[in-house]
Design a protein around this ligand. Sequence first.
Ligand code: AMP
Length: 290
Amino acid sequence: MHIFSTPAEMRAWSDARRATGRRIGFVPTMGALHTGHLALIADAADRTDDVVVSIFVNPLQFNEVGDFNGYPRPIDDDVAACEQAGVAAVFAPTAAAMYPTGFQTRVVPGPLGAVMEGPKRPGHFEGVLTVVVKLFGAVRPHVAVFGQKDYQQLRIITQMAADLEFGIDVVGHPIVRDPDGLAQSSRNVRLTDAERAAAVAVPRSLDAAIAAAGAGDAVADVIGAATSVIDAEDAALLEYVTVFDAITLIEFDDLADVPPMPGIARIATAVWFGDVRLIDNRDLFELSDA
Ligand code: AMP
């Protein structure tokens, strides 16, 4: 497995592979790899010939210094996990290699970035899009796999790739969960044991909302069902829960005209446990055997 630390080295390898007709799959990550990331790698491997994984804790997308500094960085474990997963190349640049003196360009999302996480995390999606464009430029993939865990991010990147003619197939992979339902996240390791136990309230809150939606309840009651599960958990502090159009991300204030079918409406939430912020989302009308 190759390990590259500059965009130029990464691109040279990728261009050489492309020249032989190989298709490149790409999984961008911030490291601290878990089985959610490994599922994305397996998905990319199914679709392409050579998988590249980037490991870069992108300073541009953090809106809190504490979150950036506290973000786990087990690089040796991550490299071993990539090797084990059959990854062809790891791209692990330094911040100086990605943002050398004089770097100044930013990529700005459209209205998809103005809702949900956008206002809560000023500058976040601009930082995400800017790094993703840079990573795409270095890795030059045919296919890039992102998790539905960060559903808004997936939508914004899909839109950007289409709007700007990247010619990259952006694929969304379903959320990988722990056995109790908590979505896997690199931030989960920062939870205390008590907080980790309490965090099951997050997927349970979405279960409650989905059950309410399935019973034909109004949006306020669907959100109320989720809210009461979080509010019943002392260690949890709800930041938001919202029901929205799966494509435009525009909030629904009424479900009366929304067909109760998969792929139309989603519910997303952000919940704090101490200083750790967890996000989750689900299809509001997913098939029960999905
Ligand atoms: P991160 O390292 O957290 O920036 O995540 C890198 C990629 O993995 C992103 O596309 C995430 O959406 C995706 N991802 C993270 N956690 C999960 C999960 N539990 N299930 C599916 N995809 C995930």
